[in-house]
Design a protein around this ligand. Structure first.
Ligand SMILES: [Fe+2]
Length: 275
């Protein structure tokens, strides 16, 4: 069995729910993960101290299992490179690369799974623009080159029928509470995700956990949307993380939420999908 722990939106700094983070850190060894996926937003304001706590979290996690991380919109210093124009001498992900991960869209092969990131957080960028001013620097987009690279990784690394897991920061399905899509031009993004060959998408950003599917173009892609480990759960939802367990015949996705009284995680919801 392949076990993937999927976390998102830690928002180190003032917003992190440090009891929830510590509860995850304590629980991780018992989950016996094959890999640990963090779908972005380590920081709140892309500050060095926020990233340094993110780095400490990843270093501890990597002693338990290989970690796979992508950057979220809060990890991007978009003001350094608005619209792709370098203004302040350092690229918008330089600090993320320095502290969190060299690779912004890594690919990782583990027992039973190929995990590939696709960068969706680009700051102030033409591809993420909508007519709504509040979307500026918040929404994401998936450039064609990102999904083409993911598709190539899935094709070349997929010996033995491994589960193909695409990791992006922004929620690819519309938030049930927020009513908001994470990506600009979401329908085109969903078609492109279906065409990438991914079996599962791991995403976050909306601070509302969920289990869903994309069913398009004759393909079904399972969507694991992780909630947040910060104090900013949508509609005051408790901190949560997702757990994926794959056998050759079934993919099970579970949501585990923090019980604030005991500071322990409890199963909230689980769904099984035939492979
Ligand atoms: Fe985000």
């Amino acid at each position: 069995m392949t076990t993937l722990v999927h976390l998102s939106d830690l928002h180190f700094g003032g917003l992190a729910d440090i009891r929830a983070v510590e509860a995850v850190e304590e629980l991780l060894p018992a989950l016996r993960p094959t890999a640990i996926i963090v779908s972005g937003d380590f920081a709140q304001r892309a500050r060095a101290g926020e990233f340094q706590r993110g780095r400490a979290f990843l270093r501890a996690a990597s002693r338990i299992a290989p970690v796979h991380a992508v950057a979220g919109n809060h990890d991007v210093q978009w003001w350094r490179e608005p619209l792709g124009i370098p203004l302040l001498g350092r690229a918008r992900l330089a600090k993320y690369r320095r502290y969190v991960a060299d690779e912004v869209s890594p690919a990782l092969s583990v027992d039973g799974a190929v995990i590939c990131g696709a960068a969706s957080a680009h700051g102030l960028a033409w591809g993420s623009m909508t007519w709504n001013p509040r979307d500026l620097t918040v929404k994401g987009h998936l450039p064609k080159a990102e999904l083409a690279r993911a598709a190539a990784e899935f094709a070349s690394r997929n010996g033995g029928g491994a589960l193909k897991v695409l990791v992006v920061h922004h929620n690819v399905l519309r938030g049930r509470i927020s009513g908001r899509w994470g990506l600009a031009r979401p329908l085109a993004a969903l078609h492109a995700i279906a065409a990438s060959g991914a079996d599962v998408v791991c995403c976050g950003h909306d601070h509302e956990e969920g289990i869903g599917t994309i069913e398009l173009d004759g393909r079904r892609v399972i969507v694991s949307t992780a909630g947040t480990l910060s104090t900013r759960g949508r509609a005051h939802r408790p901190p949560s993380f997702n757990l994926l367990r794959a056998t050759p015949t079934v993919v099970r996705v579970e949501i585990h939420g923090l019980d604030r009284g005991s500071a322990k995680f409890q199963l909230i919801e689980g769904r099984d999908f035939a492979r």
